[in-house]
Design a protein around this ligand. Structure first.
Ligand SMILES: NC(=O)c1ccc[n+]([C@@H]2O[C@H](COP(=O)([O-])OP(=O)(O)OC[C@H]3O[C@@H](n4cnc5c(N)ncnc54)[C@H](OP(=O)(O)O)[C@@H]3O)[C@@H](O)[C@H]2O)c1
Length: 167
């Protein structure tokens, strides 16, 4: 005798009801998919990226409450963005800009330096801006090592133990 295939659906409560998620790099790739997932979990999302057209399309796609088109590696633009965010913000994710790749023989070392700096310093700048308004349960997580912020309890990276945001 064979058992009838089960069609049971497990129901659960959404994990982010009423929370606000900010995604810098939210118009494509991992950021956009994270936005979609956050919306499915009940969160409001605010998306940022450089190109306004793709950003508008992504925002319409996931039902974002806000967008901001700017270059996150521009420190003044990044500061303005955080200053203009509605409070409170519960989660901030940054994915852009991507790394610079080139064949070794064609590699532009100056450009490679800038791309490396952008990755390291953008993560730190975002952590600094975001931690100013974060609650006690907030975490700062990064794939980067965040070496300059290693001693700060507001930050953790995948290579360090989790630490709490200061109250
Ligand atoms: N996809 C993967 O499997 C994978 C795996 C491991 C690691 N990663 C890394 O994860 C990161 C994201 O990957 P992805 O595949 O999601 O990339 P993606 O599809 O190219 O998306 C990047 C997003 O960041 C935005 N962006 C890029 N530069 C920006 C800047 N200077 N300021 C503001 N927004 C900016 C882009 O929009 P605009 O271009 O309009 O600004 C876009 O919304 C990359 O660093 C990638 O190397 C990806």
């Amino acid at each position: 005798m064979t058992a009838a295939p089960s069609t049971a659906v497990t129901r659960r409560e959404p994990e982010l009801p009423g929370q606000t998620v900010v995604i810098i790099g939210g118009s494509a790739g991992i950021g956009l998919e994270t936005a979609r997932r956050a919306r499915a979990e009940g969160a409001e999302v605010i998306l940022a990226a450089r190109r306004p057209d793709r950003l508008r399309q992504a925002a319409a796609d996931v039902g974002a409450v806000g967008t901001a088109a700017f270059d996150a590696t521009d420190p003044a633009a990044l500061e303005r963005f955080f200053a203009g965010l509605p409070a409170p913000v519960d989660h901030v994710m940054v994915t852009g800009p991507g790394p610079y790749y080139a064949p070794l023989a064609e590699l532009d070392r100056e450009r490679a330096h800038r791309a490396f700096d952008d990755h390291q310093w953008l993560a730190i700048a975002v952590a600094q801006h975001a931690s100013a308004g974060c609650g006690p349960a907030a975490r700062c997580c990064s794939w980067e090592a965040l070496p300059a912020a290693a001693g700060d309890p507001a930050c953790r990276s995948s290579r360090r133990p989790p630490l709490r945001c200061p109250p």
